[in-house]
Design a protein around this ligand. Structure first.
Ligand code: MSP
Length: 502
């Protein structure tokens, strides 16, 4: 059996549980959710995985600092991430924790498969390790002796470990990259990785002695070592879909369609993970989707700066849909972006309350006033061009462009009202003109409600319900047939989508 065409498998990174979730994590998970929901619109069956990465030195130390056992510590923070995804209205179908038995058993099977390919060997090693990155650094990759990401001096570690023959995969990966020029989104990220391949990959340590670190998955056949946290963590993408346990399920979903993450962990996903998969004789995921870093008011978010933005605060004030919309309307997905309450506030007022909210309000109010609240004459309008463009942008992760064309549509309808002046037409007894304008507006709003569905699922549902639809799951295939507003349908009183906020 092989991966089914109507299946779409998307993942976020599994998040470290050494600290509470913040908007950076929310950003990635919402991006993946938007794609997951778009794929459902296309009629795909979607498996959307997120979860928590719970082993390794970083977590062990964080638990120690709090004076609790590692399991107790990770249980609590992992629950926080699970809860965050509910608040984000993420439609993930699974949530994996690396401390779960299904993952531990699968990771060990994966290790055995790589071992069976002759890619794992033991050797003594000394190197500079950054606990923040959970990664060894070569002297040349440090900046003034410090980790380029955490700006801290790495620790010298020396012990006997298992190694993975990553070097063996330099050539196969070069070939894979050449044959799959769109493997990594955006393209400049693929160039970066291709450059690293040119320099050649080196074998890496993939275990730690339990004397130094016991919080990890035991290496099969050697209880004195636990797996390196990245080797353990990357396998979550396959253990969650039954690797080594449920072959039929695994075959139906693997390879993944998209692994989504920020740029600092691209290398693990685009080089190490594909090499591990080749070693275990599995297929490479279809796409690695890399976005930029989110700053706050132009600064890197950090505990020491005290500028870590809590997603719960934003949602409490503006609602989840405004937050989801803002992050992808304001910033270009793939590049770095900046969050600020001022900009969020502006978008809320201008794009949401004014442009969209008022359009719906005015349209329904006029339908009541001039047409007894009944949907007037039915005229077919296909809008094929709009939908083709929308689909192209969405399929290529151009979320900002997709929202731009939707807002062009919204503004176009607002201009139509100003131009046609239905109140004047009504006064002058031009009932056909009034009916035609209102129908164009109502039908346009229906289409807009569908187009924003991946971004603002709650708002989409509210709009459709105000337009007289029972809840349903929209699909592109029958966009025209299922939805065309039926003349004569009676609309309820309008309700504000984005109420005024102090
Ligand atoms: N546990 C590893 C991932 C293992 S995946 C097999 C890890 N965890 S993490 O908690 O540090 O999460 C990193 C990811 O969280 C980033 O790649 C990104 O997806 C998201 N973000 C965290 N902070 C972010 C920003 N400030 N901006 C954008 N994304 C951010 O790395």
């Amino acid at each position: 059996m092989s991966k089914r065409d109507d299946h779409y498998y998307i993942t976020t990174p599994i998040y470290y549980v050494n600290a509470q979730a913040h908007i950076g994590h929310a950003y990635t998970s919402i991006a993946a959710d938007i794609m997951a929901r778009f794929q459902r619109l296309l009629g795909k069956q979607v498996n959307f995985l997120t979860g928590t990465d719970e082993h390794g030195q970083k977590i062990a130390r964080a638990a120690e600092a709090k004076g609790v056992g590692p399991q107790t510590f990770v249980d609590e923070i992992s629950e926080g991430f699970r809860d965050l995804h509910k608040v984000l209205n993420a439609s993930n179908t699974d949530f994996i924790r690396t401390s779960e038995p299904r993952h531990i058993a699968g990771a060990q099977k994966f290790w055995e498969a790589a071992n069976a390919s002759g890619d794992i060997y033991k050797k003594s090693y000394e190197g500079l390790y950054c606990v923040g990155c959970e990664q060894y650094f070569a002297q040349k990759d440090l900046i003034d002796g410090l980790c380029p990401i955490h700006k801290k001096a790495p620790e010298m570690l020396s012990e006997e470990n298992y190694f993975f023959r990553l070097s063996r995969y330099t050539e196969p990966l070069k070939k894979y990259f050449d044959e799959h020029p769109q493997f990594i989104f955006p393209l400049n990220r693929q160039k970066e990785m291709r450059q690293i391949l040119e320099e050649g990959l080196e074998d890496i340590s993939i275990s730690r002695s339990t004397e130094k670190l016991s919080w990890g998955i035991p290496v099969p056949g050697d209880d004195s070592q636990v797996m390196y946290v990245w080797f353990d963590a990357l396998t979550n993408y396959v253990t969650a879909i039954g690797y080594g346990a449920d072959e039929a399920f695994f075959d139906a979903w693997w390879p993944a369609d998209a692994h989504v993450m920020a740029k600092e962990i691209n290398r693990f996903h685009s080089l190490l993970w594909p090499a591990m998969l080749l070693s275990a004789q599995q297929q490479i995921p279809k796409q690695i989707v890399v976005h930029g870093w989110l700053t706050v008011d132009g600064e890197k978010m950090s505990k020491s700066l005290g500028n870590v933005v809590n997603p719960y605060d934003i949602v409490a004030k503006y609602g989840i849909d405004a937050f989801r919309f803002f992050m992808f309307r304001e910033m270009s997905f793939g590049s770095d972006g900046d969050f600020s309450y001022t900009k969020l506030d502006q978008r809320y007022r201008a794009d949401l309350s004014n442009d969209l909210g008022n359009l719906l309000m005015r349209t329904i109010a006029m339908t009541h006033k001039f047409c007894d609240g009944r949907v007037p004459v039915e005229t077919k309008g296909e809008h094929q061009e709009f939908w083709d463009l929308y689909r192209t942008h969405m399929s290529s992760w151009e979320f900002q462009k997709a929202l731009e064309i939707v807002w062009d549509y919204v503004r176009g309808l607002n201009q139509l009202i100003d131009r046609e002046k239905p109140w004047t037409a009504n006064k002058e007894g031009r009932t056909e003109d009034v009916a035609r304008t209102l129908y164009t507006l109502l039908e346009g709003l229906r289409q807009i409600a569908i187009a924003i569905q991946p971004f603002m699922p709650g708002t989409s549902e509210k709009m459709l319900s105000q337009l007289g639809f029972e809840y349903f799951e929209p699909k592109f295939d029958n966009l025209v047939e299922w939805g065309l507003l039926k003349s004569g349908a009676v609309l309820a009183e309008p309700e504000a989508l984005f109420p005024y906020i102090e």
